[in-house]
Design a protein. Structure first.
Length: 396
């Protein structure tokens, strides 16, 4: 029986690309040693601080340290009570190219709505107030070349007018590199002045792409071969989607065990855990996941599908379904989509579970698993990150 699946080569490329692009995020530039005194104003003005990358990298998130500004200028109330009164809830961010050790062309900018805010427990010693750590997950990774660049933040949306309050971006203890420049017209990126010897405190987090190991690239190629040449079941068994050996079942039935690393994702923010699970770190977008399935001819009623999941969102549920297509299936029409099967929705909304999908009517053919992973939540369990792990086909 011959199956023609044109996605084989694409799967190989997807495996290789995911191995190359999804290294664990790490701190790429650290200037987080914030002081407890002064710092640049960040509601009307836009300050830009330089940073240096040793290699090309993708920025995925950042941290800054801020406080309500001086009381006399519409800032805080001089009371360290854990309330960030002057902050509007929106922080705009900017990345600039380097131009003769000064901010040059704007590379990227955007708005972070409701960034994660944590009271550091450290208070300023002048006009006492809380110092807050703000963490922003970027909606897309900012790809930058090696060398010097410039980073800045300002309270309020990109291009918004000054709201009359005062926010202070805390200074760093030690000035690094070329110092700090300031756009006195922060809304329009105008009136650039600098450099100043007082840097602001920030931290950039992201990944440095690494070449995929040759062995894994070879495995990706074998995966494509397995999809294109189904008459060689030993290749399919060896390479099932992510090179996980299949379990052996009784009565001659074959069970394939897959890793989700080979799955293709859309929307959301992909996060790969050390144990091979994949999750969604985006705080508002649902991530759609499409995963390959390899089915061989089996005994009737013996080819169910199981997906191991972690659901860590109280209000939204992780769910999956399967697609089947075979010209010689024992039903008409020869294609089928299962109903969505989702997490149970228990009272806590936090669970590990296995979803079971029935696919016994379709033997062989081309198959695909689709899952929807809800956004990251504020739960402590599982870091609030819903995820899928190992999935199986051919389950009796």
């Amino acid at each position: 029986m011959y199956r023609s699946i044109s996605s084989g080569a694409l799967l190989a490329l997807a495996v290789a690309a995911s191995l190359q692009a999804n290294a664990a995020p790490t701190v790429l530039y650290d200037q987080s040693d914030f002081g407890i005194g002064i710092g640049p104003e960040a509601a009307q003005l836009l300050s830009a601080n330089d940073f240096v990358l040793a290699a090309p990298a993708s920025i995925s998130s950042f941290k800054v340290w801020m406080r309500d500004g001086n009381v006399a200028f519409g800032g805080g109330d001089g009371v360290a009570d854990g309330v960030f009164r002057s902050f509007s809830g929106v922080l705009s961010w900017y990345f600039f190219a380097n131009a003769a050790d000064a901010p040059g062309a704007l590379i990227a900018s955007g708005n972070a709505v409701a960034p994660a805010i944590v009271d550091t427990g450290v208070d300023t010693f002048i006009d006492p107030d809380d110092i807050f750590e703000l963490t922003v997950e970027l909606p897309v990774e900012i790809e930058l070349e090696a060398g010097r660049g410039w980073f800045g933040v300002r309270e309020g949306a990109v291009g918004s007018a000054y709201d009359g309050t005062s926010i202070t971006w805390m200074s760093a203890h030690v000035t690094q590199g070329a110092g700090r420049y300031t756009f006195w017209d922060g809304a329009n990126l105008g009136d650039l002045v600098g450099p100043s010897p007082i840097d602001a405190a920030f931290q950039l987090v992201g990944t440095v792409p690494e070449p995929a190991p040759l062995a894994l690239l070879a495995a990706a190629v074998l995966a494509a071969m397995a999809l294109r040449r189904p008459r060689r079941p030993w290749i399919a068994a060896l390479c099932a989607a992510a090179v996980v050996s299949p379990a052996v079942q009784a009565a001659g039935a074959t069970q394939f065990v897959y890793s989700p690393i080979a799955c293709r994702t859309f929307d959301g923010a992909l996060w790969i855990f050390p144990n091979g699970q994949i999750g969604n770190k985006h705080t508002s977008q649902t991530m759609r996941v499409f995963c390959p399935l390899i089915h061989e001819a089996k005994a009737e009623n013996s080819d169910g599908i199981q997906v191991s999941i972690v659901n860590a969102n109280r209000s939204k549920r992780l769910r999956c379904r399967a697609f089947f297509n075979h010209p010689h299936a024992n039903v008409d029409p020869p294609s089928f989509v299962t109903a969505w099967v989702g997490a149970s929705g228990n009272s806590a909304g936090i669970e590990t579970a296995t979803l079971a999908l029935d696919g016994h009517k379709y033997l062989g053919g081309s198959h695909m698993l689709e899952c929807e992973i809800p956004p990251k939540s504020n739960e402590n369990n599982f870091e609030g990150i819903s995820r899928i792990g190992t999935y199986k086909s051919g389950v009796d």
